[in-house]
Design a binder for this molecule. Structure first.
Ligand code: URA
Length: 269
């Protein structure tokens, strides 16, 4: 017989977190099943009025926020105008064309050494990264650090790390193609300004967004050329540490990629 006991709150919270429900939307819980249907005249405002009220609390978004093509164009212009990584970070802080900014706590721009020969680009910040404002600081990041250490690299000296998207998608959902298109000019400019010798895209969205690769399991570990706009550099896609945490047996594939990366770095010293 099925148990009707109330669920253990700790287990329930863990289950919510696993399902990606990591944000409370309101101070008090509402049982919407218990709420009596209201007559039409007193129904809550339709969604567009709710959005307008929320928008009033923050600076008005430029027209770009509602037109993805225009937003990507604005992003391109702002990114091109930045001539240093600091200016690019400031440009991103000013950019209002991506809705992810509204739900994120922090802009997550980069970590590591901007002068490093190796640049890593992940997908997007998770909850820990969003809270702290640095990429790859949660469980995935700790695994990434261990993987780098296995080939003698550390993030402070040997790598420059960023993400395809600098704001956390709510609940860690996969970024939409529109969000990627809007943010792409910024990460492309970030790569150009950091000017690494080698680019490694971590995970499928980064591999697809920057290298045009689909099917990460088949395309990982292969050397390609990436045109930064000022020169051609070597680039490779590899598996995301979050995936490796779920599928530890696949670490052997990541290890192959790491060895290839180490050989490429050693060949050019
Ligand atoms: N996953 C990513 O792709 N990037 C981060 O910064 C953290 C987790």
């Amino acid at each position: 017989m099925m148990s009707t006991a109330a669920p253990d709150p700790v287990e329930l919270l863990a289950w919510y977190a696993e399902m990606g429900v990591t944000e409370a939307l309101d101070e008090t819980p509402h049982d919407h099943f218990m709420e009596a249907p209201q007559p039409a005249a007193t129904r809550p405002a339709p969604p567009q009025l709710v959005r307008a009220t929320a928008a009033a609390a923050r600076p008005a978004l430029p027209a770009t926020a509602t037109a993805p093509d225009d937003a990507a164009l604005t992003a391109r212009t702002m990114a091109q105008q930045a001539t240093t990584l600091d200016e690019l970070k400031e440009a991103l802080a000013q950019f209002e064309g991506c809705a992810l900014k509204a739900t994120a706590k922090n802009l997550v721009f980069s970590d590591g050494n901007p002068a490093a020969r190796l640049m890593l680009v992940g997908e997007a910040p998770g909850a820990d990264e969003d809270r702290i404002g640095l990429p790859f600081v949660g469980r995935s990041g700790q695994l990434l650090d261990r993987m780098l250490a296995a080939i003698g690299l550390n993030r402070k000296e040997h790598v420059y790390i960023a993400n395809l998207l600098p704001w956390r998608p709510p609940g860690n959902r996969t970024p939409t193609p529109q969000e990627v298109a809007i943010c792409l000019p910024f990460i492309q400019r970030q790569i150009q300004l950091a000017n690494p010798d080698i680019l490694v895209c971590i995970g499928a969205p980064s591999a697809q967004g920057l290298l045009g690769l689909t099917g990460i399991l088949a395309s990982r570990g292969k050397w390609l050329e990436y045109d930064t706009g000022t020169r051609r550099i070597r680039a490779m896609a590899t598996l995301h540490p979050a995936y490796l945490l779920r599928q530890p047996l696949q670490k052997r594939l990541a290890w192959r990629d790491l060895r290839a990366l180490k050989a490429a770095l050693d060949a050019k010293t």
